[in-house]
Design a protein around this ligand. Sequence first.
Ligand SMILES: C[S@@+](CC[C@H](N)C(=O)[O-])C[C@H]1O[C@@H](n2cnc3c(N)ncnc32)[C@H](O)[C@@H]1O
Length: 294
Amino acid sequence: MSEIHGHENFDPSWLDERFAFDSAARNEVVEETLLSFTGKKEQLTIVDIGSGTGSNAVYFFDKFPYQQQWYFLELDPLLLRYSLSRLGAIAAQRKMETDLDLNSLKVKGVTKKININTICDSFLEIDKLLDLKSVDVVTAGAVFDLLSVQQFEDFARLLHENGVALLSTLNYAGMSFSDDDPLNNHYVDLYEQHMVRDQEYGHSLGKEVTNVMTDFYDKNKINYHIGKSVWNIHEQARKMHNFLFGFMEKAMQDMIPDAFDFQQFEKWLTRKRELSKEEKLTIVVEHYDLFIID
Ligand SMILES: C[S@@+](CC[C@H](N)C(=O)[O-])C[C@H]1O[C@@H](n2cnc3c(N)ncnc32)[C@H](O)[C@@H]1O
């Protein structure tokens, strides 16, 4: 699975560190089409698939209508627990009433009434877990690059057949460094190959995710809105740099078996770490956001 988005790295501190970059990256035009749809409703039922630390609910807390019913579908029980306490703490800071238990959170204030229920299961089984006819929108942040083509198509078909809108953000599209080291492209290329390596269920979409999505929607004549979403990881964002360096280093242990070649990679990485320390490095990670409503 993808290192940037993949399962091995669902360290809550990584997902939380990303939040500011994710929020800044969100494509405004795509989001506007979502909000003009949700703005017409007084209450909204949203399913956040692969909800991680609950960033979609945090982000849309103020932007969605007064009454929100969220379901978080997530495989990792610890992340589910963490996401409920994160949202509970945000609500408490705003002096809202909160009622937190193991699998749910209820929040009530003057401006919002929000219920969140967590379901620790695979979103690939969404139709067995929830009545899709009662769902207005599914949100998915940095999730579909983890799937195989078949898994994505089956899931997208299910939503379409049930008339459920989908916001899919942070679909990985590429990465670049601001320095002119000639080996940059080589290691980014190996890193992207690692994202799509064979796994038990086939291989993940990695960088192909947006093409696979748009091909599916074009083929089935389903309307979608699409726009770029870019992390601009500036010179001072050293914590983000270090997360990305760590992910690359781990991936290269699989991709570069030869000890001498691996040493060359380590030298490249050391140069990157030095540039970062001197605040002379920026990293750009490109994604696409899509909103599908038909
Ligand atoms: C890259 S993280 C993204 C988390 C969150 N959406 C965000 O943007 O911060 C992907 C999440 O999907 C979850 N996940 C992966 N496959 C899943 C599946 N089949 N069903 C439910 N959750 C899944 C992982 O446990 C992980 O928390």
